[in-house]
Each structure stands twice: as structure tokens, then as C-alpha cells.
Design a protein around this ligand. Structure first.
Ligand code: SF4
Length: 291
């Protein structure tokens, strides 16, 4: 496999073969994101992708899951994606699921029928970054989509039958927007109604614009308990039909893995207990937090 640069994948794709079909992110301007700093965006040729699939299938013929990288691989044309998925299906007989990162604009470039065609060839899960449901916060972090676009994109994915996993970031609005960010994110998640939600806490990556905002005092980060308060507010405002909600990412102070709506009240009770006691012993130690 000829990997180029750092490779990122969702935690749930830890067992998957990572297949780089693009390099970097076609947008690459979100102020908090350092994942593809200095990595020029490029679409790999089908020949390059094919060689990687051939190699992987020769030494790992039993691969069941594949994740298409890098940052927003759904930006590929429908024709290109169908070709890659078709080739994967032919070479990996045990293949059960292909996953991919996408941004809202990539999704909205495809209609429901096109997404269904991708699903039929194995694309079973799309990972979409919401980050925040607050309009002002989305503008400030230069997210490449509006709340309305993010909701429309989610509904399109859900209609196609592809699983939807959405990421949100605690602390991304700073102290100033902490409450509004948490409330609006809970409400927007309810409208998106994803199958999975992953809540991360903002980790400041050196060299990113958000680091400069913090250095200049324009953005003040919430403390650990204020981040947990955001988590409480977010979950309280979530009305989801069937969702696995996880805040067990290594960046978080309070790891949770809950099924919503069934475990909502129990999760809120637990979070409120932590907030009431304010005992740092309940929190993941700083040295164990990482991206
Ligand atoms: S769209 Fe995703 S990968 Fe691209 S810059 Fe924004 S957060 Fe990073």
C-alpha cells in the first residue's frame, strides 16, 4: 500500500483496510483542523487505487471492511466511486462494508438515487462532520456548509439507506458560545437524526487558525467541567429515534457510550452527578487525552 502523509480514520474503522483514494481535503480551510496541513489535495488515478486493492487482496483476502480516505473522499465523481467500489467488490469476496468521510457539499452533489447506487456496491456508512449546530459558530470556524445544507445532506444520506455517523466538537464555540453551541447542536442533531454521533472535545492543533485566535484571546476555551456541561445540554436537547452516541474519543474528559433515546435519562443523571461533585477524579487525566 502506498500511503502518503498522515492517515486519519474514524475510531470505528480501526479494523478496516484504509484505502487512500484522494490525498488531503478538497476544502482544507476549517480553522480547527490540522489533519491535512501542507498536504496538497489530489485525486488518485484509478490505476494507483487498483494497484493498492490488488496488493491488499493478495495478502489479506479476508478483508471485511474498507475505509476510503482521505478527508472527503466522497468528492470523487460518481463514475469514479462506482468503479472503485465495483473493483473492491470483485476482489474482496468477504467485503461487508465500505465507509467514507464526506462533507455536506459532497453529499449534496449526489442525488438519492446516486447514493443508493453507491450503497448497492457496498458503501454502507458516511461520516459527516457537523461540529456545531450554531450558525455563528459554523461561520467562525469557516465550515464549508450552512446548518441547512448539513441537515439536507443528512436527510439525503438517510433516505438512501446508508448509515450516517455525525461528529460534533465540544468547546468549538469557546466560552462565549458554549451554551448556544450545545443547545443548537442538540437541536440540529435531532433534525439530522443520525445513526451514530461521535462527540469530541476541541484539541488545539499547532499551526491552525484557531490556535492563533486562542493566543490573541479572541477565543477562550471552556474548562473540563464546562465541556461536560456542553455534553449535558447537547444530550438534553437531542430527540433521536435510534442512535448510538459516544463521547469515548480520547479527547474527552467524560467517556460515554449510550443508546438514544433509551439511555438518555440515565446518561443525564450520570453527567449531572459529575457536574455536581466537580471531582477531577471522575475525569480522564490530561496525559491520556489525545487526538
Ligand atoms: S472539511 Fe474536514 S478534513 Fe477538510 S478542513 Fe474541514 S474538518 Fe478538516
Amino acid at each position: 500500500m502506498r500511503y502518503e502523509g498522515m492517515i486519519f480514520r474514524p475510531p470505528s474503522e480501526a479494523e478496516s483496510l484504509i484505502l487512500q483514494v484522494t490525498l488531503g481535503c478538497s476544502y482544507n480551510r476549517c480553522t480547527f483542523c490540522g489533519a491535512y496541513q501542507g498536504k496538497a489535495f489530489r485525486i488518485k488515478s484509478f490505476e494507483e487505487v487498483k494497484e493498492d486493492i490488488d496488493e491488499a487482496s493478495s495478502y489479506m483476502p479476508g478483508i471485511r471492511r474498507v475505509f476510503l480516505a482521505d478527508g472527503d473522499a466522497l468528492v470523487l465523481s460518481q463514475k469514479n466511486l462506482l468503479r472503485i467500489l465495483d473493483y473492491l467488490k470483485g476482489k474482496l469476496k468477504g467485503l461487508e462494508r465500505v465507509g467514507i468521510y464526506a462533507n455536506a457539499r459532497d453529499i449534496l452533489q449526489k442525488d438519492v438515487e446516486e447514493l443508493k447506487a453507491l450503497k448497492d456496491l457496498g458503501l454502507r456508512i458516511i461520516y459527516l462532520g457537523l461540529e456545531s449546530g450554531n450558525r455563528e459558530v459554523l461561520k467562525r470556524i469557516k465550515k464549508n456548509a450552512t446548518v441547512d445544507q448539513l441537515i439536507s445532506a443528512s436527510r439525503r444520506v438517510k433516505k438512501s439507506g446508508i448509515l450516517l455517523s455525525v461528529t460534533v466538537i465540544l468547546g468549538i464555540g469557546g466560552l462565549e458560545y458554549s451554551q448556544a453551541h450545545a443547545e443548537d447542536t442538540g437541536r440540529v442533531l435531532s433534525e439530522m437524526d443520525p445513526d451514530f454521533v461521535g462527540a469530541l472535545s476541541l484539541m488545539v492543533v499547532p499551526g491552525t487558525p484557531i490556535e492563533q485566535e486562542i493566543e490573541k484571546g479572541k477565543l477562550i476555551l471552556p474548562n473540563p467541567f464546562e465541556l461536560i456541561q456542553e455534553l449535558e445540554t447537547m444530550i438534553k436537547n437531542c430527540q433521536l429515534t435510534n442512535c448510538f452516541f459516544a463521547s469515548n474519543h480520547a479527547s474527552n474528559y467524560l467517556p460515554l457510550r449510550i443508546q438514544l433515546p433509551e439511555e438518555k435519562e440515565e446518561a443525564l443523571r450520570r453527567i449531572r452527578e459529575v457536574l455536581r461533585k466537580r471531582d477531577p477524579a471522575f475525569l480522564r487525566p490530561e496525559y491520556l487525552r489525545a487526538l
